[in-house]
Design a protein around this ligand. Sequence first.
Ligand SMILES: Cc1cc2nc3c(=O)[nH]c(=O)nc-3n(C[C@H](O)[C@H](O)[C@H](O)COP(=O)(O)OP(=O)(O)OC[C@H]3O[C@@H](n4cnc5c(N)ncnc54)[C@H](O)[C@@H]3O)c2cc1C
Length: 530
Amino acid sequence: MKNNEYDVIIVGGGITGAGTARDCAMRGLRVLLVERYDIATGATGRNHGLLHSGARYAVTDQESANECIRENMILRRIASHCVDETDGFFITLPEDDLNYQTKFFESCLSAGIHAEIMDPKEALRMEPSINPDIIGAVKVPDGSVDPFRLCAANMLDAKLHGAQVLLYSEVTGFIKDGDRIVGIKTFNHQTHKTGEYYANITVNAAGIWGHHIAELAGVNIDMVPAKGALLIFAHRVNGIVINRCRKPSNADILVPGDTVCIIGTTSTKIPFDKCDTVTVTPDEVNLLIEEGAKLAPALASTRILRAFAGVRPLVAADSNDSRNISRGIVCLDHEKREGLKGFISITGGKLTTYRLMAEMATDLVCEKLSVNKPCETANAPLPGSDGKSFREVAQKIWDNPTTGQKAAAGRLGTGVTNIPAASSLDQSLICECEQVSVGEINSAIERWDVNGLRDLRRRTRVGMGPCQGELCSCRAAGLLAKAHGCTDRARADLQRFMTERWKGMYPIGWGDALREAEYTQWIYKHVLGV
Ligand SMILES: Cc1cc2nc3c(=O)[nH]c(=O)nc-3n(C[C@H](O)[C@H](O)[C@H](O)COP(=O)(O)OP(=O)(O)OC[C@H]3O[C@@H](n4cnc5c(N)ncnc54)[C@H](O)[C@@H]3O)c2cc1C
């Protein structure tokens, strides 16, 4: 074996790729995962963060609904530090059809989802932010899940089981031997070097870009890029997920997550060449606020932090409406399909069902490699939710916290014990909004493949709070400059980071958000001279 030969190469560092790398590595395979940018830069870092109970799909797609509830229960066990067990309400407004609630309730039960019809008054007591005009409410086991944390934990565990991860390396082509894919060609965006890596099997887990990866391999997957726009509000208006009890439509889910809440989403078909540059339009912003305020009236007067959009990796069916296309899992054996050996695609599905997708893809890889090891990912806790108990560790820290450790315990679970907190420098805060300490930043730089501020944000939430990086970006850039020994690189990185923050603020640039942006500009331009 050479050092560029593996049993399996996985293309894509979103949740599907990370989960598949973990599963393959746990079954003893030599794994290489290749991601063109950082982890979770595709749909995985651009979604609602709803841990689906499956209720949303119960009426239209019982199979997806059942997959969701099963995986929802598994993730509560294996990824407890990534999951907030909020529960969810499906509310009926006076303008909605209350008969739909009956159909919805029965569909939930038949998909195995524990649903409970509530007295609207009791629902309002439990979640006071709900529109007081509701005429119906059903409680379901929805939750919220942090996609960055979940992806990072899967990636870390894959590495702990021997997988290698290449970030900022784009797959640009395939190496073929007759009718078999035997390797990949890559281009590294940081070193600008090309590379070649070989494996018996290559798994295409590139989300919506899987369409392009398949083309590079010489096969076709008929995908439909469906853009969804979302708004992040500056605080957690609701503690329980609020959904609208009607056929899935625009802006009908409000998900609380960490210190914020997110309203979404829209669903619009877009061309493939726009998948890398999606922006949120004024019409989408208006629609999200208008419809969102019907779920929780407080949204109309709550400060918005930013707008963002992602592209769902849906596989085409005969429909023009992107909401009617199945969100089910698609695992393609291209040997059976087109006679192309050594190539598998895993796509569709949801964040909630990533583990099952990974299991399906890994089962197929193992079958082809004649490896007879069962999947253990449904029972093995992820790093952060492992050890004695995440809650036990978190409780100790909560009882006796040092600065920043309380918030870090929520983010990292048992992993918080890896954060240096001995000195007052370790404990001092870099990001006040999200309570991120110097110790946490330094630990992320050391342990979590951090190349710049944007990677740091995905690992620690630095810059994600109400000020959107006003002071913390500069401080964190200082720590990165120290770690990487390069001030010029840190300065360029800081500019890119602030530009990216502005991109999300621009569509909602009025009132307090605009005032804060002006203030930030004043600090960076006139005080810091950046
Ligand atoms: C707006 C929106 C809201 C959503 N809300 C929810 C929700 O609330 N709950 C839920 O369960 N699901 C939700 N989803 C669905 C969920 O986000 C996706 O199903 C899931 O994240 C897909 O993960 P993935 O790893 O398959 O794809 P991605 O996360 O897109 O990952 C693909 C990766 O491949 C990489 N890549 C692309 N080309 C190359 C190349 N040439 N070489 C190397 N790497 C490459 C990309 O950079 C990317 O990181 C939502 C999706 C959207 C868009």
